[in-house]
Design a protein around this ligand. Structure first.
Ligand code: SF4
Length: 264
């Protein structure tokens, strides 16, 4: 039996951003789905917003300086929403055994490196989320360990089409070299009109009743062992699930309490 492609329906919507509005549309499944399953729709929304931002910045004389082959920011702690963790876990399970084992080895090695510096203990303890300065310090300490994301290959993202929203949102207009030493050199972020990653984090926090709703990306292999399906916490037809996501956007415009990668 072959899988039939799901029928989709186009949903038009308006998102308030600052004093303005973004009018957009998205194709979502007509039938039953959940938040994890509509992630490609959210990725597409994010890419459109960021592309528009890039054009505006270039026209203003401040082009985005991020380029393929620069993986400086891929040594930061990546706050991965639990819904994206679920999607990446499902993708990892489709990989052939050698590839899956190689990824498992890289994740394990990265955790060992961080553990040796005491950072794992600090990350598990949520005290560092308590204030901006603690979050900033942990983000810097993490970066200066120079532990690369296990998905980074030849300084490029090996999962580029399915990379987390927060990775899509992290863009700068300062020289790329500054990202290697942000404590000493000024990094000027480009601010997307919305951080859709924060919307997912809020929905994850709401679902789990905890403070963050995300995991450090390096915890992915450990997290996937539990076989959690958080996407089912927001289930319904495609339009219903998209509506639930859009409902959370307003709250997401409040600056995130942390998210080291979004520290700006
Ligand atoms: S997922 Fe990709 S873009 Fe994100 S930190 Fe890892 S290598 Fe970099």
């Amino acid at each position: 039996m072959t899988d039939q492609p799901q029928q989709t329906v186009s949903v038009e919507f308006t998102i308030g951003v600052g004093d303005g509005q973004i009018v957009a549309s998205a194709n979502v499944p007509v039938g039953a789905t959940n938040l994890t399953q509509i992630l490609p729709v959210l990725q597409s929304m994010e890419d459109s917003m960021i592309s528009g931002m890039g054009v505006q910045l270039a026209e203003a004389g401040h082009p985005i300086s991020c380029r393929a082959g620069c993986g400086a920011c891929c040594r930061q702690m990546v706050p991965l929403s639990i819904f994206e963790a679920e999607a990446l876990a499902a993708w990892i399970r489709t990989l052939d055994e050698p590839r899956r084992q190689e990824l498992a080895r890289r994740f394990h090695q990265a955790l060992l490196s961080l553990s040796a510096s005491g950072l794992i203990d600090r990350m598990v303890n949520e005290d560092w989320l308590a204030d901006t300065e603690s979050a900033r310090q942990l983000a810097l300490d993490y970066l200066y360990q120079r532990v690369a994301c296990p998905f980074l290959e030849d300084e490029s993202c090996s999962i580029h089409p399915i990379r987390p929203l927060v990775c899509r949102e992290y863009l700068v207009i300062s020289p790329p070299a500054h990202c290697f030493d942000p404590a000493a050199l000024q990094v000027i972020p480009a601010h997307p009109p919305l951080h859709l990653s924060r919307v997912l984090n809020r929905m994850g926090a709401e679902l789990e009743g905890d403070a963050r709703g995300w995991i450090p990306l390096l915890f992915l292999f450990a997290w996937m062992e539990a076989g959690a399906s958080p996407g089912n916490g927001y289930a319904g037809t495609g339009p219903e699930v998209l509506h639930k996501f859009l409902e959370h956007i307003g709250e997401a415009q409040i600056p995130a309490r942390t998210a080291a990668r979004n520290a700006d």
